[in-house]
Design a protein around this ligand. Structure first.
Ligand code: KIV
Length: 313
């Protein structure tokens, strides 16, 4: 990493490596976002912006761009770690990424996704794992999938803010038999509404609604006092969340109907790396300007030493 190295030749006497550490993160907006602040945004009718992020550099950019909530999603299993679904990622891996995100973020609410298996046993295990995300990684809330009302109540009792997640819950992919839009029948949409109300009553601070018809998300959003954050759930939710790699064309897969691609980072990165490779292959990198040099006095003395040793030879 070059951040600690000087950007130009040091003054005489300052050789060789007296760099500055990376500047501390700064955010465009400085008021820290909390779970109650998100709820206030719902009351005021202000759309909540949310995005996933998984590492220091990208979280810092997302935070500086003014996004309100950053989810360290278990989608990292797929987009960062290359798994076929989200099931394989472990608590320790999620903690590792959450720590990196937390170091970068100054303003956004940092929510850690509880991975598959970390809250599917006893309530005590679920609470203990959630405590790890807060204590060891600095998460400010955790997200759990499904209508786990007792767990949400237990986490709330343990002072841990919780985001619920209903509709298409990717950790249920084996049971669902694929990623399918949910709540499309009267029976299932009624169940989803009841689940959302129950999670809110148990203390959930917000609910992600994923892969449900727009009409269902709109009805749930109107009924709940806590915010809904939609992904593939239409425009009537209180906020929207997308996966960082989806909006930047970094997933190497066709994207879902609800994804809007805002930039082509794949093309940008590939182009930059190809250019770098060509420059090295053609000895166009580094140039003399990109090299460090001896101070003049040392260089002169070294040259003199060569002349003398040549003469003596
Ligand atoms: O893991 C994730 O990225 C998520 C979002 C899709 C909401 O859960």
């Amino acid at each position: 990493m070059s951040l600690a190295f000087p950007t130009q030749d040091p003054p005489e006497g300052g050789f060789p490596y007296e760099g500055k550490a990376a500047a501390a993160p700064t955010s465009r907006l400085t008021t820290k976002v909390s779970m109650p602040a998100l709820q206030g945004m719902k009351r005021e009718g202000k759309p909540i912006t949310a995005l996933t992020a998984y590492d220091y550099a990208t979280s810092r950019l997302v935070d500086e761009a003014g996004i309100d909530m950053i989810l360290v999603g278990d989608s990292l299993a797929m987009v960062v770690l290359g798994h076929d679904n989200t099931l394989a990622v472990t608590v320790d891996e999620m903690l590792h990424h959450t720590r990196a995100v937390r170091r970068a973020v100054r303003r956004a609410l940092v929510v850690a996704d509880m991975p598959f298996g970390s809250y599917h046993g006893t309530l005590a295990e679920g609470v203990a794992n959630a405590v790890r995300f807060v204590k060891e990684a600095g998460a400010e809330a955790v997200k759990v999938e499904g209508p786990r009302v007792e767990l949400v109540q237990a986490l709330t009792d343990a002072e841990i803010p919780v985001v619920g997640h209903l509709g298409l819950t990717p950790q249920s992919v084996l049971r669902m038999g694929g990623y399918k839009v949910q709540a499309k029948t009267v029976e299932t949409l009624t169940q989803l509404k009841e689940d959302a109300m129950a999670l809110a009553e148990a203390g959930a601070g917000a609910i992600v609604l994923e892969g449900v018809p727009r009409e269902v998300a709109a009805a749930v959003t109107a009924e709940l006092e806590i915010p809904t954050i939609g992904i593939g759930a239409g425009p009537d939710c209180d906020g929207q969340i997308l996966v960082f790699h989806d909006i930047l064309n970094m997933t190497f897969a066709p994207h879902a109907k609800f994804v809007r691609q805002y930039a082509d980072a794949a093309a940008l990165i590939r182009g930059a790396v190809e250019q770098y490779r060509e420059d090295v292959e053609h000895r166009a990198f580094p140039t003399d300007e990109e090299s460090y040099h001896l101070p003049a006095a040392v260089r002169d003395a070294a040259e003199m030493a060569v002349v003398i040793s040549d003469r003596l030879a």
